[in-house]
Design a protein around this ligand. Structure first.
Ligand code: ZN
Length: 493
């Protein structure tokens, strides 16, 4: 056991750790031979609430499938463990963990990937009275749903038959744009990426949260159907392991560190004169246009493979050299095909249009739906030691009750509930929102919501303007806070 256990921190130790966001250029800790290094550990070890577990034997038994457990491999998975089992009987969880616990004498030499890379550690307080109340009330809702529909509680939390019908319609509409788009019909230049967004956001996000289906194979496969987002592999690091566990914490949330030397999202990120540009709308739009295809799909993926860290704060899971090469080839092929095909069938001018415009448009739509949930002046710099409270106060809803906002954002408009219960399919979120809002009021936890898209985008722009200045930021911060709180009318209750 000892020898196998030793292999968990398989990467070379990294010294001279530099705080993320302070260097003005990507902090790559290059490991030139890493592409050829077979680094996959033989056993699935993870740390939860300070204890180590060997879940290798449990991998094939876990209802969520191997992808979920893979996210925990080698790291401190306490938050993911808690947030992914909100309705599971605690006694069952404890019994399973006890079975696979590694004795303290065998685990004393182990270090997590976070420790190996010197990534900041945040300890939240568990359990939480607020969290227990939330889980109790939401579980009651799903228990009655399960009884009514004569299915298991777990199935009740995933996509309903009505949701699958909606997904099928969106899928059919997306496919129906293929002939027009691929034959170069101008009418489909924006219609194609629009339908790609609609089907994508309504399935990809849920699937990567294991919230689409109770059958883990659907959740594992569906994310590979959309070549326009980031790779599922990078997304799990950015979104599940990083962002959802530590929203808005500048030393753990990769979403406040995207290209920080060009766009500043947090006051703990070093200011550079070029950040002045981000107070303008044209800079924001330009940024939104390139963020997905250039940023997420190519550069940040490549940097992760180079440094074994996503945006400097999320240690990459251990993978074999073969998987690394397969991943790189997959990315090159995907990006290549997406952008190169028009040049084989169209004139050069038209080919450029069909090669670039749909993805600029897709990126803008992606950003207008994802930047308005956390990167906001009134919630960017807050935190709480209670993980559940932290999730509520660092997220913002918009367009609550609007069917359009729900469909067009794939449920991202119920961001607060989504962060509390990420494994719940977004079709249930409108029903859960009043339950959560009532408990927030009872426990005095600020729950913020914007009116709709325009309001939320304006608030995000206030935030980027705020972060564009160096010396006046604290003053401006408090002014903006006051404005926003009055607008939202929620802090003043
Ligand atoms: Zn999410």
């Amino acid at each position: 056991m000892e020898a196998e256990v030793e292999r968990v921190g398989e990467f070379k130790a990294t010294r001279n750790y530099v705080k993320p966001g302070t260097t003005g250029r990507p902090n790559l800790r290059l490991q030139p031979l890493s592409v050829f290094t077979t680094s996959k550990p033989t056993r699935l070890l993870t740390k939860i609430h300070g204890k180590w577990y060997d879940l290798t034997e449990f991998e094939r038994l876990h209802p969520g499938g191997p992808v979920t457990l893979g996210l925990a491999r080698g790291r401190d998975a306490t938050i993911m463990f808690e947030s992914h089992h909100p309705f599971t009987d605690r006694k069952i969880l404890d019994a399973i963990l006890m079975k696979y616990e590694i004795s303290s004498s065998n685990s004393r030499n182990l270090e997590t990937l976070e420790q190996r890379y010197g990534v900041a550690e945040h300890s939240f307080q568990w359990p939480s009275a607020f969290g227990e109340a939330l889980k109790f009330d939401v579980k009651q809702y799903f228990e009655s749903e399960a009884k009514r529909r004569n299915i298991s509680l777990r199935e009740a939390t995933k996509a309903t038959p009505a949701r699958w019908i909606e997904i099928s319609i969106l899928g059919a509409l997306y496919l129906s744009t293929f002939p027009g788009f691929f034959t170069g019909d101008w009418r489909f230049l924006l219609l194609f990426p629009l339908m790609a967004w609609l089907i994508g956001v309504n399935t990809f996000h849920d699937a990567t949260h294991f919230a689409l289906s109770a059958n883990w194979r659907w959740n594992a496969l569906v994310p590979y159907a959309y070549p326009f987002f980031s790779s599922p592999f990078a997304w799990y690091h950015q979104h599940n392991i990083g962002h959802h566990s530590y929203p808005n914490l500048s030393d753990r949330d990769p979403d406040v560190l995207h290209y920080y030397w060009m766009k500043r999202e947090h006051r703990e990120v070093k200011w550079f004169p070029r950040h002045r540009n981000q107070s303008t709308w044209w800079y924001m739009l330009l940024w939104w246009g390139v963020a997905v295809e250039v940023g997420m799909a190519i550069m940040e993926d490549a940097w992760m493979l180079q440094s074994n860290l996503y945006n400097e704060v999320v240690p990459m899971m251990a993978i074999s050299g073969l998987r690394r090469i397969a991943h790189i080839l997959g990315r090159v092929l995907t990006i290549g095909v997406i952008h190169a095909w028009p040049f084989f069938t169209m004139t050069w001018g038209k080919a450029f249009a069909f090669s670039l415009i749909p993805y600029l448009f897709f990126s803008i739509v992606f950003m207008m739906n994802t930047q308005i949930n956390h990167l906001l002046p009134h919630i960017i710099h807050v935190s709480d030691v209670d993980w559940y409270k932290h999730q509520v106060i660092t997220a913002q809803d918009f367009g609550v009750g609007s069917k359009f906002c729900h469909l067009f954002s794939g449920g991202l408009n119920y961001q607060v509930v989504h962060h509390l219960f990420p494994t719940v399919n977004h079709c249930h979120l409108p029903k859960l929102q009043p339950i959560v809002a009532r408990l927030c009021e009872k426990y005095d936890v600020p729950y913020v919501t914007a009116r709709g898209y325009i309001h939320a985008i304006q608030l995000h722009h206030l935030h980027t303007s705020n972060m564009s200045t160096k010396w006046e930021r604290r003053q401006i911060q408090s002014d903006f806070d006051r404005q926003v709180r009055t607008v939202l009318g929620i802090f003043g209750r």
